[in-house]
Write a protein of this length. Structure first.
Length: 401
C-alpha cells in the first residue's frame, strides 16, 4: 500500500456522488477525443492521447503535476507503525508465536499461517513491515535458510490480503468502484484464493522444516502489548475506509496511538525506524508512478477486454502489466481507462493479488520484504527465484475466476 484514496465530492445530473482516486494516479477516464475526464465525465481540459510524438513528454509532465506528498507521508507513517510494534517487544512476541507453531507445523508453515491470519484485516504492507525484520533476525539467530520463509511470508500475505475489501490497496479501490457489500466481495474471492493457498502449501511442503539449528524454549512470560497494538491498528484501518477517512490520517492515528501502549519510548521508536528502507521505497514509488503513466498510453487499446473480465485475456493482461508496473497501478489502469463491471471487480482483485506474487516489482509488499531482508544482510537471490516458481504456479486459479 502506498496510500489509500483521496475523496472528491461533486454533483452531477444524477445527484450527489463520491468518487475515489489513487494518489499515485488520479481517478480519471479518457474520452474518445483524447481529453482527460474525471469520474463523472467532466472535462479537465488537458489532452492526454493526442499526437503520439507528444505522449512521452506529456506523461513525464503528468508525473510532476500529479506528485502527491500524501503518498510519501503514508509511507513514513507505515514505517512508524512498524517501529512502534518492534520497540514494544514485537520481535519477542513473534519469536514466541513462531517457535510454538514451528513445533507442530514447521517454521515455514508457521510463517504462512501468521501471514494469512493477519493480512485480511491489516493492510498487507503493514504486515510485511512488521513481520519481515522478525523473520530476518529469527533466521540469523537460528542459522535458517531465509528463502522459504520469505516466500511463505510474501505468498500468503498477497493471497490472504486479496480476500477482503480492506486487505490491500487494489482491493479497496476495486471494492469502492463496485459498490458490493463486503460479504459479497469475499464470496467472490475466497474460492480461487483457497485453491491458490492449497497449491502454495503443497509446493512449500518439502521445505516446511528448513535446515538450521532451530532450538527454542518458548519464553514463559510474553508482553502482549504488541497484540493489543496490532488490534488497534487493524480496527483503525478497518473502519477508516467505510468512513471515508484518508490513509494518511488513519495511519497517523495508528502511529500516534502506539504511544498509549508504548509510553516514554520515543527514543526506542526512533532507533527502530528503518530510514534507509523507506528512502529506497520512495525512489521505487516515484519510478512506478512514472512508468505507470507512460505505459498507460501504450496499453490503452488493450485494456477494455481485460477490464470486462474476459478470460483468459484478463488474467494474462493483469499478470503481465502487474509485473511491469506493480499490481496497484495495473488495477488503476483498468479502472480509469476501461469499465470494470461490479461483479468482475472481485475477480480483478484475485488476479492482481496473485499477480503480485511473482517478481519483486509485482507488488509493493514484495519489494518491502526483499528490501528489508537485504538491509538485514540476508541473501535474497534464492528467495526471488523460488518466489518466481511458486508465484507462477499459484497464479493458475486466477485464469478460472
Amino acid at each position: 500500500m502506498v496510500s489509500r484514496f483521496e475523496r472528491v465530492n461533486h454533483r452531477n445530473a444524477g445527484g450527489s456522488r463520491h468518487h475515489y482516486g489513487r494518489t499515485l494516479t488520479t481517478f480519471q477516464k479518457v474520452s474518445g477525443k483524447g481529453q482527460i475526464l474525471n469520474g463523472s465525465g467532466w472535462r479537465l481540459g488537458r489532452p492526454m492521447f493526442g499526437d503520439e510524438s507528444m505522449l512521452l513528454s506529456g506523461a513525464l509532465g503528468a508525473v510532476i503535476s500529479r506528485f502527491d506528498p500524501n503518498v510519501y507521508i503514508s509511507l513514513a507513517l507505515l514505517f512508524g507503525v512498524a517501529a512502534q510494534f518492534r520497540s514494544m517487544g514485537g520481535y519477542s512476541l513473534f519469536r514466541y508465536v513462531l517457535s510454538r507453531l514451528s513445533m507442530s507445523l514447521g517454521v515455514v508453515y508457521a510463517v504462512a499461517l501468521v501471514s494469512a491470519v493477519l493480512s485480511p484485516f491489516i493492510l498487507n504492507d503493514v504486515v510485511i513491515l512488521i513481520l519481515t525484520p522478525v523473520l530476518a533476525r529469527f533466521c540469523s539467530e537460528h542459522s535458517l535458510d531465509p528463502a522459504p520463509l520469505l516466500v511463505a511470508e510474501i505468498t500468503f500475505t498477497n493471497i490472504a490480503s486479496s480476500l477482503t475489501p480492506f486487505g490491500n490497496p487494489q482491493n479497496i479501490l476495486l471494492w469502492l468502484e463496485s459498490g458490493l457489500a463486503p460479504s459479497k466481495f469475499v464470496q467472490l474471492t475466497w474460492m480461487p484464493l483457497a485453491a491458490s493457498s492449497v497449491i502454495a502449501l503443497v509446493m512449500l511442503y518439502p521445505v516446511r522444516r528448513v535446515p538450521g539449528s532451530l532450538v527454542e524454549s518458548p519464553t514463559p512470560r510474553v508482553d502482549w502489548r504488541p497484540v493489543a497494538y496490532l488490534t488497534f491498528v487493524a480496527l483503525t484501518i478497518f473502519v477508516s475506509t467505510p468512513l471515508g477517512i484518508s490513509d494518511s490520517i488513519a495511519l497517523a492515528v495508528a502511529f500516534v496511538g502506539g504511544f498509549v501502549f508504548n509510553a516514554h519510548r520515543l527514543v526506542s521508536v526512533a532507533v527502530e525506524f528503518d530510514l534507509k528502507s523507506m528512502l529506497i521505497l520512495y525512489v521505487f514509488v516515484a519510478a512506478v508512478t512514472a512508468g505507470g503513466l507512460i505505459l498507460s498510453g501504450f496499453l490503452h487499446p488493450f485494456v477494455t477486454k481485460a477490464a470486462a473480465g474476459t478470460q483468459p485475456y484478463s488474467a494474462l493482461f493483469v499478470l503481465g502489466v502487474s509485473n511491469l508496473i506493480s499490481n496497484v497501478p495495473a488495477t488503476q489502469l483498468l479502472l480509469t481507462v476501461g469499465t470494470v463491471p461490479h461483479l468482475v471487480a472481485p475477480k480483478i482483485a484475485v488476479e492482481a493479488g496473485l499477480a503480485g506474487n511473482i517478481d519483486p516489482v509485482g507488488s509493493f509488499a514484495n519489494l518491502l520484504a526483499l528490501s528489508i531482508a537485504r538491509s538485514e544482510k540476508l541473501r535474497i537471490k534464492r528467495a526471488i527465484l523460488l518466489q518466481l516458481i511458486v508465484g507462477l504456479v499459484t497464479y493458475i486459479p486466477a485464469v478460472f475466476v
